[in-house]
Design a protein around this ligand. Structure first.
Ligand code: ZN
Length: 442
């Protein structure tokens, strides 16, 4: 579908990028994953990872409940078969079968008749958005509850209701998924996304789907860096992975948390805690070079799993790539974050930006001009038009001069691209040309 058999490098993949075909691939994957009731543990995560494993080489790991991971403990495993609220006539007025958002995620089992007054204490709705069902969790506090649209809630008039949550909270496992693509170097690029939300598209499944397509694309080409894709439950999954892999994190040179990548909003990059790490330079170069409006945010210690990767004991070079950030779209954590809220175009655009970043990471090097005293004579080598170039040729001539001038062993090609305001790929091709002519070392 994108000339997979012939692409030899990330830049070739990027040139052959078929946005409409990949947009369909990304959105179809979300459609397949959408119905599954995920949580931070349990069969929903396993079923999700099994589906991903049909597309990429995914290794899953099961970590027993009770395992200590830094200051946390892997919780009991949660699973759910059914849940409802029934009225006197036996009609289900709230039904888990129609939306898994109806049950507060991690609810303890319950089956009894309760007064409407008591039931109200366990109900969640959004009066300002009366048709949307909110998404609520109660991971670390034993409780039960139902989420419903405010309109449904207002129709509850009977004195008593039968409530049933057929869930289990038992010693079991936390499941982690990981796809590792080895490169020429052990140095790694980390992509991480959370897999713990039930039927929500932008927050959760968009990041998962972009990560899978990216892993598929990178799996086909020669790689300088190694790539690690983590599919882990939010917070506890990232903490558990870090606790089990603390030593291996020394290989991570660049990292991105992928989340909220399918909405129609513009791109947002949240810097690593370091703020001037390689990933920050790469992301800012790519987003500004794409020509579309975008936003750069400084690091804050709340958000997604960057909170763990950028905790001071690790301080990894990990930023966050989103379109509209979490909490800034009204559909966030509601039933309106659905299959219509994420679009094939936006998903493909997000994937393209990820590939652009990988392309810079793979191609960024630092050279030394072997002929630093005055410019080498480029015209004699056929590299400089005698009549003065224009258009693309002119841009390449400029790039040759920029690369020659700043390749003093301290400026990377990315820094030269930033300083010259030339596209990274033009600068990289200029450097390759100069190397072929023996004018650059390194
Ligand atoms: Zn969320």
């Amino acid at each position: 579908m994108i000339g997979r058999a012939t692409a030899a490098s990330v830049s070739e993949i990027r040139e052959q990028f078929d946005a409409s075909a990949l947009g369909v691939e990304l959105h179809d994957r979300i459609r397949r994953l959408f119905p599954i009731c995920r949580s931070i543990t349990g069969n929903g995560v396993r079923q999700t990872l099994r589906l991903l494993a049909s597309e990429i080489d995914l290794v899953t790991r099961e970590i027993p409940s009770g395992t200590r991971v830094f200051d946390w403990t892997v919780p009991k495993e949660w699973n759910i078969a059914d849940a409802f609220v029934k009225d006197r006539s036996g009609r289900r007025v709230v039904d888990f079968a129609s939306s898994n958002l109806h049950v507060v995620n991690y609810s303890i089992p319950v089956h009894r008749t309760v007064s409407l007054g008591e039931l109200q204490e366990h109900l969640f709705s959004i009066p300002e958005r009366p048709d949307w069902i909110p998404y609520k969790t109660s991971y670390y506090h034993a409780n039960w509850g139902f989420c419903l649209s405010h309109r449904e809630r207002e129709r509850l008039r009977e004195p008593e209701y039968e409530v049933c949550i057929e869930s289990s909270l038992e010693d079991g496992h936390l499941t982690l998924g990981e796809c590792y693509l080895p490169g020429q170097q052990a140095d790694e690029v980390l992509f991480s996304c959370h897999v713990c939300h039930p039927s929500l598209c932008n927050d959760n499944l968009s990041g998962v789907s972009v990560a899978v397509s990216l892993a598929r694309l990178l799996g086909q080409v020669q790689r300088r860096y190694s790539y690690r894709f983590l599919f882990v439950p939010g917070t506890i999954g990232a903490i558990t992975w870090l606790a089990l892999n603390a030593d291996a994190t020394r290989h991570i040179r660049y990292g991105l948390v992928l989340a909220c990548l399918g909405d129609r909003g513009t791109m947002t990059y949240k810097r690593s805690r370091h703020g001037r790490a390689g990933i920050d330079a790469v992301a800012e170069h790519v987003l500004s070079g794409a020509g579309a409006p975008h936003e750069i945010q400084d690091f804050t210690p709340y958000g997604y799993d960057e909170r763990q990767y950028c905790s001071p004991g690790f301080n990894l070079p990990v930023g966050v790539l989103s379109r509209t950030p979490w909490g800034r779209f009204p559909e966030y954590h509601t039933s309106a974050d659905n299959l219509d809220f994420v679009t094939p175009d936006a998903l493909a655009d997000s994937l393209a930006r990820c590939l652009d970043m990988v392309n810079v990471i793979e191609g960024n090097r630092t050279y030394t001009n072997g002929n630093p005293c005055c410019e080498p004579q480029l015209g004699r080598r056929g590299l400089y038009g005698s009549m003065g170039g224009h258009g693309g040729a002119r841009q390449m001539e400029e790039a040759l001069l920029w690369v020659l001038n700043f390749s003093d062993g301290t400026h990377s090609l990315l820094e030269i691209a930033d300083r010259s305001r030339l596209p990274f790929d033009v600068v990289r091709r200029a450097a390759e040309t100069l190397r072929r002519h023996g004018l650059l070392d390194g």
